[in-house]
Structure formats: structure tokens, C-alpha cells
Design a protein around this ligand. Structure first.
Ligand code: HNI
Length: 147
């Protein structure tokens, strides 16, 4: 089981408290689709992904980015049991959506880049350390039902 210090909990809650889902969600997902174009294959039904501008202005991608960030809420609210919290979501991504679990890491890196850009110098190394740990646990939990 993952242990969290009070400081780590404080950093993670602090980042989420300031997170503008409607801004960061679309930016993180569109960045993922642009930087790692193979991730576009899962969004074939999402309309125009023809180039970076099309991806950044695609309302379905924006909406989905917000949805994914709200998916992270569940982890913040259940920090001591992230594994079980994501059991069903892991099954969904594995068995129904067939998302390669490597992509969870790729997306989480994009999310970190977008948050760092937004927070600037406020995103300290200690904060990033807690944040990377949080995302590592999330990525691992989402990948757990793959076999
Ligand atoms: Ni993901 C649907 C959460 C990463 C592709 N995803 C969801 C839903 C949530 C969610 C919540 C909605 C489920 C439902 O309808 O019941 N996804 C998350 C989280 C992460 C993540 C928390 C990582 C932090 N998903 C990814 C990645 C990809 C991905 C990296 C592909 C590259 N997800 C999808 C697709 C769907 C999806 C595709 C279905 C979309 C749709 O509406 O058809």
C-alpha cells in the first residue's frame, strides 16, 4: 500500500484545489494527441483531428479532456485506495477501449507539462515530486486489470 506524508497530501490537494478543469483538461489531452500521435487512434469517432489546430479546437476532445481530469478526482478523494478506486475504469480501458496502458504514462506527462506551464515557479520540485508519485500510482492502478 502506498504511504503519503501530510506534506504530499497537502501538495496534491493544493494542486487540485487550484486546477481549472475546463482549461487544463482540454490542453492536456490535445497535447497528448499532438505530441504522441498514435494516441489519436482511440478517438476515431471524435471528428476532425487532422492537424494540431484541429485537435486544439475540437470540442469533443476538449470535453473528453475535462472528463478525464474529473476521473482523477476519484484518486484524490481516495488516496489511500487508488488501486480499488480504478478497478472498473482499468477494466473499461483494457477490455472495452483496448487502450495500450503505456498511454496512461504518456498522458500523465502531458498533464504535468500543462500544469507546470500554468503554475510557473509556483510548481516547486517538492510539489512535483509528490505530483509524480500521485500520477505513478494512478497509472499503475489504471494498468492493473490488463493481462
Ligand atoms: Ni480514458 C473514457 C479516465 C487515460 C482513452 N477515460 C474515459 C472515461 C474516464 C476516463 C473517466 C469515461 C468512462 C465512462 O464513460 O465510464 N482516462 C481516464 C483517466 C486517464 C485516462 C483518469 C489517465 C489519467 N484514456 C486515457 C488515455 C487514453 C484514453 C491515455 C487514450 C490514449 N478514455 C479513452 C477513451 C474513452 C475513455 C477512447 C472513451 C471515450 C468515448 O467517449 O468514447
Amino acid at each position: 500500500m502506498v504511504e503519503w506524508t501530510d506534506e504530499e497530501r497537502g501538495f496534491i490537494n493544493g494542486i487540485f484545489a487550484k486546477l481549472d478543469y475546463d482549461d487544463i483538461g482540454p490542453k492536456a489531452l490535445s497535447r497528448c494527441l499532438i505530441v504522441y500521435p498514435w494516441t489519436q487512434r482511440y478517438f476515431g469517432g471524435f471528428g476532425n483531428l487532422y492537424n494540431a489546430d484541429a485537435i486544439k479546437t475540437n470540442p469533443m476532445i476538449a470535453a473528453h479532456g475535462i472528463k478525464v481530469l474529473h476521473g482523477l478526482d476519484r484518486a484524490v478523494k481516495n488516496m489511500d485506495d487508488i488501486k480499488n478506486t480504478y478497478a472498473a475504469l482499468s477494466v473499461l480501458h483494457s477490455e472495452k477501449l483496448h487502450v495500450d496502458p503505456d498511454n496512461f504514462r504518456v498522458f500523465s506527462d502531458c498533464l504535468t507539462v500543462v500544469i507546470a506551464a500554468k503554475m510557473g515557479n509556483g510548481f516547486t520540485a517538492d510539489m512535483q515530486a509528490a505530483w509524480q508519485k500521485f500520477l505513478t500510482v494512478v497509472v499503475s492502478a489504471l494498468g492493473r486489470q490488463y493481462h
